[in-house]
Ligand binder design. Sequence first.
Ligand SMILES: Nc1nc2c(c(=O)[nH]1)N[C@H]1C(S)=C(S)[C@@H](COP(=O)(O)OP(=O)(O)OC[C@H]3O[C@@H](n4cnc5c(=O)[nH]c(N)nc54)[C@H](O)[C@@H]3O)O[C@H]1N2
Ligand SMILES: Nc1nc2c(c(=O)[nH]1)N[C@H]1C(S)=C(S)[C@@H](COP(=O)(O)OP(=O)(O)OC[C@H]3O[C@@H](n4cnc5c(=O)[nH]c(N)nc54)[C@H](O)[C@@H]3O)O[C@H]1N2
Ligand code: SF4
Ligand SMILES: [Mo]
Length: 708
Amino acid sequence: MQQVNDQMDSNAGATATHCPYCAFQCGMRISAAGKEIAVTGDAEFPVNKGALCIKGWTAAATLTHPERLTTPLARNESGVLVPVSWDAALDRVAQGFKDAQGAYGKDAAGIFGGGSLTNEKSYLLGKFARVALQTSNIDYNGRFCMSSAAAASIGSLGIDRGLPFPLADIAGAEVVLMTGSNSAETMPPLMQYFEEQRANGGMLIVADPRLTATASRADLHLRLTPGTDSALANGILHILMRDGRLDQDYIDARTEGFDHIKGTIATYWPERVERITGVPQRELERAARLLGEAGAAMVLTGRGTEQQAQGVNNVRSFINLALALGLIGRPNSGYGCLTGQGNGQGGREHGQKADQLPGYRRIDDPAARAHVAAVWGVDEARIPGPGKSAYEMLDSLGLEGGVMALLVMGSNVVVSAPNARHVVDRLRSLDFLAVSDFFRSETAELADVVLPAAQWAEEEGTMTNLEGRVIRRRRVTNPPADVRDDVSVICELAERLGEGRHFRYSGAEEIFHELGRASAGGPADYAGITYAKIDANNGVFWPCPDADHAGTPRMFVDGFPTASGRARFHAVRHGSPAEEPDADYPLYLTTGRNLAQYQSGTQTRRVEELTSMTPLPLAEIHPATASRYQLEEGSGVTLVTRRGAANFNVKVTRGIREDTVFVPFHWGGVQAANRLTNPALDPTSRMPEFKVCAVRIEAALRSNDKGE
Ligand SMILES: Nc1nc2c(c(=O)[nH]1)N[C@H]1C(S)=C(S)[C@@H](COP(=O)(O)OP(=O)(O)OC[C@H]3O[C@@H](n4cnc5c(=O)[nH]c(N)nc54)[C@H](O)[C@@H]3O)O[C@H]1N2
Ligand SMILES: Nc1nc2c(c(=O)[nH]1)N[C@H]1C(S)=C(S)[C@@H](COP(=O)(O)OP(=O)(O)OC[C@H]3O[C@@H](n4cnc5c(=O)[nH]c(N)nc54)[C@H](O)[C@@H]3O)O[C@H]1N2
Ligand code: SF4
Ligand SMILES: [Mo]
């Protein structure tokens, strides 16, 4: 569909593009000579300034990996996945959808997308679901990621752009409170901004149950009990209110609802907050003093605070804190969510979410429906309403009223969804499953048809980084002969479903133009962004409504896009996590990430440098807890929750609380953390509670078991 990009950079002799992994989207220079692909950091890209983490340095390894899928696969009569032609594979996917929809209705077809897909693919997948399949059931893995921060920002600030200011602002913040993020491992090049901030005399406060690589760089580490974030935020706000350190002028001029939260905040006195959070009163007082005395301060949230059944309330309580201090919309200040996936920002804006149309519009908004229907050239009545959220869709698979035929593009739910054994049961009960991936992921292993996809350096498109900066992914090399890009796959499927006329494009740039028109007038307005403008400016920050607009690096300077133009306080009462430790399951389990592995591990578990650094999932256990269970460094251990059991090797560390065990989720089979996790959902964002459940340590049975 597209030709190899001939726009080689003159000074480096290499093409400028971006890392395939996280939302930092480090600038890279790539040169391809035959099978040799060389990657270096792009010193001219202002976000990473040449720095890359180990995942970025080794990213080219997946392009030429021997286990890469090089041909479509379909399950034969003996139940084995065997190579087939593209025509046969695509016919079978289209037939799978048609059969399910014929038997059970339009909503029996489902799409599960991902935040690693380009903006063009996310947009097209949303359009494909609504126009070609006419199903309401499309959602994506961002629901498992930052959706609680997104919902809280929309409710409090009127719009969700993860960081509403450029990263460069961090360096000028006098105090940063970072809660539930371990960015030293999850976005290492971000730390250069904190180093600059420190050199300028700034202070860093980190709230995390673990003494992480990030917390160990902090001036103050608040080691809270898992699941107590909103009590912590309320407690800090209580002290600031008590001491008269709030910005009353800002509260009066730019916000509403503060009087309604005062009563709630009054009940979070320091002794009580220490009891709930385990954070000593003197540390609460110090955090409040640092924030209250700072001229410029920031609050940043990560998944620790967000991935809870009360994740939206947690984030609201931190936004309350930032608003009460008058931080939002001011230089080197504010509230931001550290988005995680490569296109975690753009992926949440263009319609692969169950309740959404392009431009971050709501699918139940009549004006949005009319606008998008006109761009798509379809009757508005044909666009379905809101569908099921990610976990609810997975939970419905193969059941009456649920999805019967599913296409997964850009997610490995067998490893990454909560309560994973249940999800596997549901996937097995589908009438039809298709998976598009680069490798035979754990989810692809269950599919009826597997579609081999072109990778990052083999496709054109745009990504939107954690700052809302829209950047270009460039094609540097061709995919293997029998591998296709997702765009052509979606368009070919639409042809087979009889809707091809809506899906004919000359390439990614034309899709981007259409996306721009579809987003025009919406919250995430890309109408004024073009590939040429991105090239000329090192990316363009949305909203950018027209050709003459330079983009919006800083939001909320003059007001908030709410009905009143003011930001809203929300009263938040801390509640217990959905499951708490008890006699049978006496410890907290929390889950997250390691530096050298990425997400479900499909890509990084295949890169030798990375697996040699981090070959196994390690359960972090406090020495006192380890000795209680007679565990030593390296012991095999089985962790058990009400959902299931999984095996790990022990890492004894004082960096974790005595009452808590941490495990990474990058592995499958018996090593999958998500066999353990609780699928309790936040009532607003539908985010599962990945970060807190109750666990029991069982005998060290299967030492060094590498899993299935
Ligand atoms: N190396 C690596 N980098 C990545 C990724 C990866 O898989 N690997 N994934 C990318 C993606 S998609 C994302 S979303 C980001 C995630 O980036 P982060 O948010 O930094 O990652 P996590 O490790 O999931 O969680 C962060 C921290 O939350 C803490 N935590 C656990 N429970 C609680 C709690 O109750 N309250 C608080 N305040 N903290 C708690 C954990 O101890 C952990 O240190 O990383 C991105 N970058
Ligand atoms: N216990 C626990 N579970 C978690 C989390 C946690 O902290 N704890 N974090 C959650 C979070 S924040 C996230 S973001 C999810 C992530 O979990 P997943 O959604 O599973 O994310 P990935 O592993 O990135 O999956 C992407 C899959 O699609 C493939 N892929 C990547 N790019 C493309 C593409 O462009 N096209 C196609 N066709 N395929 C592609 C990859 O090879 C990989 O197999 O996990 C969630 N699960
Ligand atoms: S920080 Fe993120 S974008 Fe940068 S090299 Fe590492 S994984 Fe890639
Ligand atoms: Mo994520």
